[in-house]
Design a protein around this ligand. Structure first.
Ligand code: SF4
Ligand code: SF4
Length: 157
């Protein structure tokens, strides 16, 4: 029997198709909120071993960890968005079954201004424009620690 869930296999297949892997990156084990693992967002998970093989409870890690993939891993986001390089994680999030999708940009609090640098800020504006004008609408939110910044697109600007 495989120790991998269907969702993990789908993520692995998509990452292979894009030609990417997590490698030494464990940044989602720092920036995301995973109550099931006893971690808060912005703080390293007590189970993580960054650069030492990732998760120390890998076989028993909780389902939200198994089901998670950042956008760099599974979409053609440009290479410079690699999380350890950019200090940011992009993902798509649906908070509730009846809610729409949000694009989240989690910024490492140790590099709180990373999103303001080029080429990121211009690309974030373009993402906000696509999110505001496409169907379905996908708002873009930047998260830095507990701060949340909605990126607005003004068609008249
Ligand atoms: S942030 Fe993305 S690339 Fe880094 S460990 Fe998490 S899923 Fe993998
Ligand atoms: S349990 Fe493992 S995979 Fe999940 S956040 Fe902690 S270190 Fe990362």
């Amino acid at each position: 029997m495989s120790i991998f869930t269907d969702q993990e296999q789908k993520i692995a297949q998509q990452a292979a198709k894009i030609g990417r892997q997590c490698g030494q990156c464990s940044l989602c084990c720092k920036l995301l909120d995973v109550p099931e693992a006893g971690k808060e967002d912005g703080k390293w998970c007590p189970h993580v071993r960054p650069g030492l093989g990732g998760c120390s409870i890998y076989k028993d890690r909780p389902n939200p960890c198994r089901a998670y993939a950042c956008a760099w891993l599974v979409t053609p986001l440009p290479d410079h968005w690699q999380p350890l390089h950019s200090h940011m994680i992009v993902d798509f999030h649906i908070a509730r079954k009846d809610a729409g999708m949000t694009m989240r940009i989690h910024v490492d609090p140790e590099h709180p201004h990373a999103w303001r640098q080029e080429p990121y800020i211009s690309e974030i504006r373009a993402m906000a424009e696509r999110g505001a004008t496409g169907k379905p609408r996908i708002p873009v939110v930047i998260k830095v620690g507990h701060d949340r910044i909605e990126v607005r697109y003004d068609a008249a600007a």
